[in-house]
Ligand binder design. Structure first.
Ligand code: 6GU
Length: 404
């Protein structure tokens, strides 16, 4: 595999000469070339940056040196071949073991290390005219430039190249290769004392029973993953409460998913009432789009998936009434208390001058009525104006005297 790195700090990449990657280079498995971006500048000061149009902090990397440097890198390769260009940055797609495996298949990668506030956006468009371009981030934090990210990415990919890591098994057994964290490891002595405390190696590891050791190690991996990285297990298992979800005001981009979730959540109502002819089933994206200006709609996501929603507004006919509507939690996440938290949240949005909180549900929707009763609602002593097959439930706003 060939790797080109363009940077204004070539010295930053020196560690690539060390250890396994250094050996891989000497063995001819990996060819890494590091280029100084300033070499392609033509002015006396070797300028690579300038102030941002539109104002703002810091400096932006100029387009021309980048275009020249990338052209030079490409011209220096086998005829007809082009590298995949990777631009590291906190705004990119997430670098994962899966992406490392994918990129390790490429014969040629080029990295463009940005510094300062970033690279002129036109460089991305220009590069995409000639190359496959990926913008890749290590995670949700900010580094000063792409160099450290290149070290991390090249190491993660380089060790996947055949012949770089001696023992092929040690690749397979690794954390993240199969989606679980690694089991704990121990070496001699079996009994170790320090600061007056003696710590033993788990006896199963000394038992010589390979089946028992494999089972213990697998159980340790599951336990660790659940404790430290529950997001790696089934996403639904990671959702315990509303605090695990990301709340947001609904936007038009949410509406196709909201249509799907609404249908799924209203199936029990349809089954109980014997009809699909009511708005949660008949509303499509156009109706929900219109509703965005009549209601304030919230959505909650877990691992990117839209899993809950509610909408709220003042009753247009009676502004002392706070209406809650289209209250839903994805069927597989019901029964975890998420709904009660959403109701509390929606009530807390009621303006101070509101005298009644109102919600409506199917007359035969026993589960919903039970949930609303638990949240302090009672059946209203009137026939619902929404539809004869529905009931209104009401409650007084929570006392705010104690809310400071
Ligand atoms: Cl790839 N670059 C920079 N500058 N900051 C980062 C990053 C990359 N990944 C996380 N933070």
């Amino acid at each position: 595999m060939r790797i080109d790195v363009v940077t204004i700090f070539p010295e930053y990449l020196a560690p690539l000469e060390l250890s396994l990657l250094g050996k891989a280079q000497r063995d001819g498995i990996l060819q890494i070339r590091v280029h100084d971006l300033r070499e392609v500048t033509t002015d006396r000061h070797r300028t690579v940056d300038d102030t941002p149009y539109g104002g703002g902090a810091g400096m932006v990397m100029k387009p021309e040196p980048w275009a020249a440097a990338l052209a030079r890198v490409c011209a220096d390769g086998p005829t007809g071949q082009r590298p995949v260009l990777i631009i590291p940055g906190p705004g990119g797609e997430r670098f994962t073991q899966q992406l490392a495996r994918e990129l390790a298949q490429e014969p040629w990668l080029a990295f463009a290390c940005g510094r300062y506030e970033g690279i002129d956006e036109r460089v991305y468009a220009h590069a995409a005219d000639h190359l496959r371009v990926r913008t890749i981030s290590l995670g949700d934090y900010v580094l000063n430039g792409g160099e450290v990210a290149v070290l991390a990415m090249v190491e993660a990919m380089g060790r996947l190249l055949p012949g770089v890591v001696g023992n092929a098994e040690s690749l397979v057994e690794e954390s993240h290769e199969d989606g679980l964290l690694e089991y704990p490891v121990y070496t001699k002595p079996a009994s170790w004392t320090r600061d007056g405390v003696t710590r033993e190696v788990p006896p199963v590891l000394l038992s010589g029973d390979h089946g028992a050791i494999a089972r213990w190690r697998h159980a340790q991996r599951l336990e660790r993953t659940a404790a430290r990285r529950p997001d790696l297990l089934a996403p639904a298992a990671a959702v315990g409460a509303l605090a695990d979800l990301d709340a947001a005001l609904a936007t038009p981009a949410d509406l196709p998913e909201l249509v799907v979730l609404t249908r799924a959540c209203w199936v029990p109502e349809a089954a109980a009432s014997g009809t699909f002819d009511f708005p949660p089933f008949t509303d499509g994206v156009p109706e929900l789009t219109a509703s965005l200006s009549e209601w304030t709609t919230y959505v909650w996501r877990a691992a990117g998936r839209l899993v809950a929603s509610i909408r709220v507004r003042r009753d247009p006919e009676d502004d002392r009434v706070w209406q809650l509507g289209r209250f839903m939690v994805a069927p597989d996440l019901q029964g975890r208390g998420i709904g009660q938290e959403i109701l509390t949240f929606a009530e807390s949005l009621a303006p101070r001058d509101v005298s009644t909180i109102w919600i409506n549900t199917g007359r035969v929707s026993e589960r919903n009525i039970r949930i609303y009763r638990k949240a302090g609602f009672r059946l209203a002593p009137w026939d619902s104006q929404v539809h004869p097959a529905t009931v209104d439930l009401i409650k007084s706003p929570r006392s705010r005297a104690d809310k400071g």
